[in-house]
Design a binder for this molecule. Structure first.
Ligand SMILES: Nc1ncnc2c1ncn2[C@@H]1O[C@H](COP(=O)(O)OP(=O)(O)O)[C@@H](O)[C@H]1O
Ligand SMILES: [Mg+2]
Length: 284
């Protein structure tokens, strides 16, 4: 569904690259995640794939279209939801969707159905300008589905939403994916990446460090850890040890021998811990 080869992008063409030799492929039916901290180059990559930014260097094919020479028909097939909502403030929610659906040459979904889906069913006649940030975000998200896209680009789809709405959005993404929609999702939120993605790419400073499924990553990097809290010189110290590495096991034995243990339990490594291990960076 997506092929990206040797992608580079420099905003100021000053030798500094926001995206640096990025390569990946997304198969039909996948939920593919771009996971990385703010400024990693996630939105830049998505914007090049969706034609918002001119391709500078590399080969990018999206839903069978070469983005070097974008054809309008590509937009019939893709859906895009942005980090920053860009709905028309003077139009009502419903007018926004009515306006947008006319831009497509394919069958579109009923605005009211989409508003119902994202929990804005009774807000259709309110001007988008009066919406809260989260409501605008939901409207942008609803709008991105209006043309029944086969390939759906979602940039930080749950950022800034309250947890129950974020859960609804996740359910919608899952459901659409089950219907066969391929999803390209960018996020700095490891929970959504872990819950939704078949495969994730770890991206830092415009560089993909690794691509794999969350499950494989946990098997590969997420060795069993024991988290111990013990009292040392009157203070509580919290440390984690591998239950596989000899050095860690010895340290753990030492601690058990020497100090008073407060709590001790095993825990599976989170995607964020694996991210830090692989990239040396956090996800903030
Ligand atoms: N319009 C722009 N002009 C100049 N630099 C930009 C622009 N947009 C993003 N950047 C820079 O490119 C890098 C990648 O940004 P971005 O793709 O938005 O990252 P992410 O989506 O992962 O947070 C950052 O260093 C950011 O400051
Ligand atoms: Mg971004």
């Amino acid at each position: 569904m997506i092929k990206v080869k040797g992608l580079n992008h420099s905003y100021k063409k000053d030798g500094k690259y926001a995206v640096n030799n990025v390569n990946f492929e997304v198969a039909e039916g996948e939920i593919f995640g771009f996971l990385g901290p703010s400024g990693a180059g996630k939105s830049t990559t998505q914007n090049i794939m969706t034609g918002l930014l001119q391709l500078q260097e590399g080969e990018v094919t999206v839903a069978g279209y070469d983005v070097k020479h974008i054809k309008n028909e590509m937009f019939n097939q893709i859906g895009m939801s942005f980090e920053q909502s860009n709905v028309y403030s003077k139009m009502t929610a419903k007018e926004n969707l009515d306006f947008y659906r006319k831009l497509f040459d394919v069958e579109t979904r009923e605005p009211q159905d989409l508003l119902d889906l994202v929990g804005l069913g009774d807000k259709g006649n309110i001007r988008a300008g009066e919406f809260s940030k989260g409501m605008k975000h939901r409207l942008t998200f609803a709008r991105s589905m209006i043309n029944n896209p086969t390939l759906w680009f979602l940039d930080e789809p749950t950022t800034g939403l309250d947890p129950s709405i974020a859960a609804d959005i996740k359910d919608i993404i899952r459901r659409e994916n089950k219907k066969g929609v391929t999803v390209f999702l960018t996020t700095h939120n490891m929970y959504i990446a872990d819950e939704l993605c078949d495969r994730v790419a770890f991206i830092v400073d415009g560089d993909i460090k690794l691509i794999d499924s969350p499950k494989n990553l946990k098997l590969q990097y997420g060795e069993q850890l024991v988290e111990v809290e013990y009292i040392k010189d009157g203070d509580v110290v919290k440390e984690s040890f591998s239950t596989i590495k000899t050095e860690d096991k010895n340290q753990l034995k030492d601690i058990i021998d020497k100090y008073e243990i407060q709590t001790m339990h095993t825990k599976e490594a989170t995607l964020e811990e694996i991210f830090i291990k692989v990239t040396g960076r956090g996800l903030k």
